[in-house]
Design a protein around this ligand. Structure first.
Ligand SMILES: Cc1cc2nc3c(=O)[nH]c(=O)nc-3n(C[C@H](O)[C@H](O)[C@H](O)COP(=O)(O)OP(=O)(O)OC[C@H]3O[C@@H](n4cnc5c(N)ncnc54)[C@H](O)[C@@H]3O)c2cc1C
Length: 407
């Protein structure tokens, strides 16, 4: 079967990394046809959240089908910048933060396993992360948080940046925080390996299935799609910001909104193998002889297109740091939707114990959280109690959780 290409983001051409994920995904589709009808778990959504869960469940010996509306990995997970920044956090009572750092602690091990299972190399880059702030209350708060949460050996407030960046920077005054041992990846590369690992785990991946309809048969769920009908006693909804649309007809109202981010690839802005952040929102990440720059924060936008206004904002903000930035020289611009819950903490857990699970709302950190997301879903499906780092992520929590709307 010929590989099926993912739907291009409207407004810019299909590009090579999408093709490469699509190619790999095409190979996997060939190997999983024909599909059975009954499974132990059906996963809706093949972004990084659904795929990391499906891999874990498949490896635990469960029969798993992933039903994907479009091409696997073709939305936020491919759009993401791939930043895996820990900021040296070692202790935090903030819900979600412990889960996040535990996930990052396991990242190296997870990607080694993906390499072994898929036969594909996963390249994790590492270096400093330089965070620039204008002096003021915001930078004071940032420093206070570091003092209370982060390993003092992993960060410092620097007098000035290293050469290789210094002569490229805009006019100060700046407060500059330097973090060591930070990491980043290219998400297309990660997704290729994850798709390979999912196939190796025996998971049936059903791409381009359109929006399926889901019926509750009491003891099981029936999912009817353009690619067939599937049944399983457990349904995992992992459809990013669209999770609420799947769950609404089943009587659940999600506290979930999309936050669009626009990004671009431009000629390299500095010579260091290091990331740069402006006020913890905008960033510049090395990509060979280019720099990936991002990202806008546009709440409630469902369209995955770039806009003149958004790219204008990106240019204006990052030009404060790198005055020579010129978006007219960009080789690519794109946009993706971050799934954000009301309290910015993911939804990960049972909506209906033993039968309806949700894993979405990872907002700005779904790539970083993927290893732990997969582990936790397996734990929950196998009937274990939620571990300590997951309790604050309960999708039924009063602040930011789902609400029952039908009986
Ligand atoms: C601009 C931007 C930059 C980011 N940068 C980073 C970063 O540097 N580091 C980091 O850790 N995170 C980052 N993120 C966040 C991260 O990308 C997301 O948290 C993560 O990709 C969410 O994964 P997901 O699988 O939940 O959602 P998605 O990747 O959106 O996947 C959801 C899938 O569900 C499918 N779907 C939808 N409806 C249905 C349906 N009815 N039936 C079946 N399938 C359906 C969709 O087609 C899609 O493939 C960034 C996000 C954006 C947008």
């Amino acid at each position: 079967m010929a590989p099926t290409l993912p739907r291009p983001y409207a407004g810019y051409p299909l590009i090579s990394i999408q093709n490469s994920v699509a190619h790999w995904f095409g190979e996997q589709v060939t190997s999983t046809f024909p599909f059975m009808n009954t499974y132990d778990v059906i996963v809706l959504g093949a972004g990084i959240s659904g795929l990391s869960a499906a891999r874990g469940l498949g490896r635990a010996g469960l029969r798993v089908a992933v039903i994907e509306r479009d091409a696997p990995g073709s939305h936020a997970s491919l759009a993401a910048a791939g930043i895996l920044a820990s900021r040296g956090v070692v202790r935090s009572g903030v819900p979600g933060r412990m889960f996040y750092t535990r996930s990052l602690d396991g990242y190296g091990e997870w990607t080694k396993l993906l390499e072994r299972e898929s036969g594909r190399e996963v390249k994790i880059h590492s270096g400093d992360d330089w965070c620039f702030f204008r002096p003021g209350a915001r930078s004071d708060r940032f420093r206070q948080r570091l003092e209370s949460e982060s390993d003092p050996h992993r960060w410092e407030e620097a007098e000035e940046p290293l050469s290789g960046m210094r002569d490229k920077l805009g006019q100060g005054p700046w407060r500059i925080f330097r973090f060591t041992e930070e990491r980043w990846c290219v998400t297309a590369n990660l997704l290729e390996a994850l798709l390979g690992a999912v196939a190796k785990a025996g998971v049936a991946l059903v791409p381009e299935a359109g929006v399926p309809s889901v019926s509750d048969l009491g003891g099981s769920w029936k999912v009817e799609s353009a690619k067939g009908t599937f049944e399983a006693p457990i349904l995992l909804v992992a459809a990013g910001p669209w999770s609420g649309q799947i769950l609404s007809p089943l009587g659940w109202r999600a506290n979930l909104v999309p936050v669009r981010g626009q990004l671009a690839l431009v000629p390299r802005l500095h010579d260091l193998e290091a990331m740069v952040h402006l006020e913890d929102t905008f960033y510049v990440v090395p990509r060979g002889d280019q720099s990936l720059i991002g990202a806008t924060m546009e709440h409630g936008q469902w369209s995955e297109t770039t806009t003149e206004q958004g790219l204008g904002q990106l240019q204006a903000r990052l030009m404060e740091l790198f005055p020579r930035l010129d978006l007219a020289a960009a080789t690519r611009v794109w946009a993706g939707l971050r799934p954000r819950t009301r309290d910015r903490v993911p939804h990960l857990g049972w909506l209906e114990k033993g039968r309806l699970l949700v894993a979405s709302g990872h907002y700005r950190s779904g790539i970083s959280m993927a290893p732990r997301n997969g582990e936790v879903v397996v734990d929950l499906v196998l009937g274990n109690d939620p571990p300590d780092d997951v309790r604050g992520l309960d999708p039924l929590r009063p602040t930011g959780g789902y609400k029952r709307v039908l009986e």
